[in-house]
Design a protein around this ligand. Sequence first.
Ligand SMILES: Nc1nc2c(ncn2[C@@H]2O[C@H](COP(=O)(O)OP(=O)(O)OP(=O)(O)O)[C@@H](O)[C@H]2O)c(=O)[nH]1
Ligand SMILES: [Mg+2]
Length: 560
Amino acid sequence: MDTVELTRALGRLRELLVAVRLPLRTPSAAESERVRSELAGQIGDYLLPRLQQMDAPLLMVVGGSTGAGKSTLVNSLVGAEVSPAGVLRPTTRAPVLAFHPDDARWFEDDRILPELTRTSGGPAGPGGLQLVPTARLPEGLALLDAPDIDSVVEANRALAGQLLAAADSWLFVTTAARYADAVPWDLLGAARERGTSLSLVLDRVPPEAVDEVTAHLRTMLDERGLGGTPVLVVPETTLEDGRLPAAALAPVREWLDELAADAQARAGLIRRTLTGALDSVPGRAATVRAALAEQEAAAAELDAAVERAYAAALEEVDETVRSGALLRGEVLARWHDVVGTGDVMRALETRIGRIRDRVRSFVTGRPAAEAELRTAVQTGVDAVVLAAADRAAERAAGAWRSEPAGRPLLADSGRLDTAAPDLAARTGEAVRAWQGEVLELVRAEGMGKRATARLASLGVNGAGLTVMIAVFASTGGLTGAELVVAGGTSALSQKVLEAIFGDQAVRTLAARAREQLMLRVRALLDDEARRFERVLAPVTPPPGQLAEVDEAARAVERAR
Ligand SMILES: Nc1nc2c(ncn2[C@@H]2O[C@H](COP(=O)(O)OP(=O)(O)OP(=O)(O)O)[C@@H](O)[C@H]2O)c(=O)[nH]1
Ligand SMILES: [Mg+2]
């Protein structure tokens, strides 16, 4: 065992474990979170300090069920009321650490349990640790009175667990009335699995039942693979000044004195617990690693659901734009206004060759109609985008709602199941910008040398509107039925329309304009999807974290 290397590897693993978060409610999250915090705690509270100072006194943590008599036992051993014992449960909330005054240097700094604030001369508050130097305890052996491990107070349970994980050895207190309870046995089982050295105090045993109860307790220990555990029996007596009389305490006192006198035995207990704890590290790290993998998978699943929903929305908008559906309704009506209802066009019937002059008149001199057409186009596109965004939000939120990991995220993040409240405004802006872009496009490419005379004859505005209308046609140019629809009741000849919309320049520009429109729609929908991604990002494990935990756990194994 390379202590320096091992210490470094454990320190690194601890650092990573402290940073790991398992916020997504996956099947193993709660249990793995417990393992994560316990392992991080045990590395910091126990493994690192013990490895660095193998000759530090043995820390024996007095643990057990609520009201079993832990504090009374510690007070009796110390010969003073250092930890209040009481009738009201739970009594002990802040732990008490008693040690020989010559051992003080080991405990006064933050070598062990660094996050507990040391106090002396009186009870510690929450988050504190009361230090009690006392010559009544032998050198080399410290006792820590812990809160109840089965406490109704959650903080007590957690602290008791943390303290037991920091122990070189457990002195587990139970009573004749309570020793068969389940919770302590679960803990004792965990201690056995981890190789933690363990002794039992069987408290308050009616003198006449000592043999019977002790035999039964030993049988239970045997059955659970804890056969060698020392059992110290304290008979039921009347307390003197709240403390056990010397005779009742004798078995425990003698056992401790023997241990204190035997440095080798102490070192043996320490090594046993240390080895057991080190052995348990890879398995526990693997649990955290698996939980991280589960979190990653759950986050990826939620992310994929959002991506699917918004990809479908983009597809939907694209379909609608291509389907010609936008050419109906308001857009169509305004278009008909623009192309007029007769007068202007009547003359055009005669010769297509003369279109140039005539057609200009259908798009000039009617600024109001043109503006209305543009507004109609904008409103139409707005509606399509908003509807698609609403549906996508609903679909993505629905997918999240159906996942245990996703449900709480939705609950915490306001209204994600409809489009963002400002989407309408942003879409309006985007479509207006797009219309400007189409005019630019027409100006740059439709009016130039290479442009056909036909398109040029419409002027920038007319050509722009024409291209916009063509964008919403199913083929990129109006044909067949669409031409008839586009012609409406106007006297505008189908031939004229065909000449305009069949124009290759119009088709090409319309294709470009459609691409530009879809780029803008994609950007809008990406922003919408980002609302989900913003919720997901903070609960997604950072990339590489899993591999780092893996590597750190392997480094611990290598160093042993
Ligand atoms: N008669 C008698 N009473 C005891 C004995 N041990 C504890 N008690 C009483 O049992 C009650 C609980 O004892 P504590 O020492 O506070 O028990 P604890 O395990 O520290 O309790 P928590 O800290 O709340 O978990 C107190 O009223 C004690 O006086 C004993 O050996 N004999
Ligand atoms: Mg107590």
